[in-house]
Design a protein around this ligand. Structure first.
Ligand code: UD1
Length: 430
């Protein structure tokens, strides 16, 4: 089992290049199944979630060529099955996007129920409601979600909760439905907009993505395209907090600063300096961090995927902060690990009350999920002494070369695959 061995205390200084957005990539990869023509996707992050989805796409006959590390050429003209039951697909959440894509194109899809991080119950009722409104039958049987339709007909769909997954999934199916679909109370996240832009570049007719109401005029078929994925808001935000927590100075390159406003504004309140440029952003943390309060909300609110990172940063801030999680009910599981490092955090309901401590101390900890895992790495980077972080497979689901990027910024971090590696890393034997 691989682990990170981190010796804390170094301020992170330098430049880091942000990858394409994982969550946009997952929607876009699935959407590429909807045309028989060739699709080229650029700026694709090389992380295990996207690679697992690509394997699942290949398992039903899609031909995927890796042009280079961040570019794939996809040919989905020879798909031979709409039944995706591969063992790996169960590991990721975004498997559900294959439902919307295959239902739209082939009027039939059967996909194993999605897995993903354990951050609370993750229902899919809104996805099912959307497909049903378009005229599909949807049922769950033997661990598969099965959906079929003779015809898909545009409809008016009001989402009961703001959900990224259901917004994208319904958009996928409705793109190839007959007539007009309106999705009300739609999610406005940058990756929803990116998937809509991608579909439009294939000939879809989608308007309003990025607002509460998305209007889709169904088209008969989609064509090939070449498309570059937007930068990853959450990876960028994680490095912003890495600068803050280590009292560093990081230029974060290949970002869209507008997507980072909720994060920048919190970091300003915490005493950091932020400089914005066209496609880069610099975070300087010259002073001790200060307390702040924040509640996670759908975009443009503060993202739930950066909640563990801000809590971790606030654990060494001056004063008492309150962070409220309003999207997922079980997203504070990592707090016990932070406590082992000396943090003083009490979770009450869906809020964490964080009493800033002077410093954290290194400990042996485990990554409970993707984003919390990254947050614990940040904790270890500031902690006094050595930490080991197990279960880093979670972190690698969504961060490309995380330890290498941190190392290039001056972190003392090694990845060890077994006990021998761990000893070597510790004693720097090459
Ligand atoms: C996506 C992201 C995840 C991020 C989350 C919120 C991917 C692969 N994952 O997850 O990283 O944390 O958005 O920004 O893109 N809900 C329902 N019924 C549904 C669907 C969702 O009640 O049918 C609820 C969820 O329980 C949650 C909220 O809606 O409370 C938001 O979920 P959603 O935006 O759908 O999250 P995911 O798409 O699973």
């Amino acid at each position: 089992m691989e682990q990170y061995i981190i010796c804390g205390g170094n301020a992170l200084v330098g430049e880091v290049e942000i990858c394409g957005a994982k969550n946009a990539a997952l929607g876009i990869l699935a959407a590429s199944l909807m045309t028989d023509e060739t699709v080229v996707i650029e700026n694709l992050p090389d992380v295990s979630d996207t690679n697992v989805l690509i394997q699942a796409m290949e398992s039903i006959g899609t031909v995927v060529d890796r042009v280079d590390r961040h570019t794939v050429r996809i040919q989905a003209g020879a798909i031979h099955s709409c039944n995706v039951d591969s063992s790996y697909i169960k590991k990721i959440r975004a498997s559900y996007y294959m439902l919307g894509a295959l239902l739209g194109k082939y009027r039939s899809a059967s996909v194993a129920l999605p897995g993903g991080c354990n951050i609370g119950s993750r229902p899919i009722d809104q996805h099912m409601k959307g497909f049903k409104a378009l005229g599909a039958n949807v049922k769950i049987s033997h661990g598969q979600i099965i959906t079929e339709a003779n015809r898909l007909v545009g409809s008016h769909i009001y989402l009961d909760v703001v959900t990224v997954g259901a917004t994208i999934n319904i958009m996928l199916a409705a793109t190839l439905a007959e007539g007009k679909t309106t999705i009300e109370n739609a999610a406005k996240e940058p990756h929803v907009v990116d998937v809509a832009n991608f579909l439009n570049s294939m000939g879809a007719n989608i308007k309003g993505a990025g607002t509460d109401i998305i209007r889709i005029k169904g088209v008969e078929k989609l064509h090939g395209t070449t498309y570059s994925i937007i930068p990853d808001q959450i990876e960028a935000g994680t490095f912003m907090f890495a600068a803050a927590i280590t009292r560093g100075d990081i230029m974060i390159r290949n970002v869209i600063p507008k997507h980072l406003e909720s994060i920048s504004s919190k970091l300003l309140e915490m005493g950091c300096e932020i400089e914005e440029f066209d496609d880069q952003l610099r975070v300087v943390a010259a002073k001790k961090l200060q307390k702040t309060h924040v509640k996670t909300l759908p975009y443009p609110g503060f993202p739930t995927d950066l909640q563990p990172q801000i809590v971790t940063s606030l654990s060494i801030a001056e004063g008492t902060s309150v962070v409220t999680e309003s999207i997922f009910e079980n997203r504070f599981r990592y707090v016990d690990e932070l406590t082992k490092m000396g943090a003083q955090i009490k979770v009450e309901g869906n809020s964490a009350i964080i009493e800033g401590v002077h410093r954290l101390t290194g400990a042996a900890i485990q990554a409970p999920d993707l984003r919390a895992g990254a947050a614990l790495v940040l904790a270890a980077l500031t902690a006094e002494g050595e930490s080991t972080i197990d279960d880093i497979v979670y972190i690698e689901r969504g961060y490309e070369d995380f330890h290498l990027k941190l190392k290039a910024l001056g972190a003392s971090i090694e990845k060890a695959g077994n006990e021998k590696d761990a000893l070597r890393a510790r004693f720097k034997v090459s």
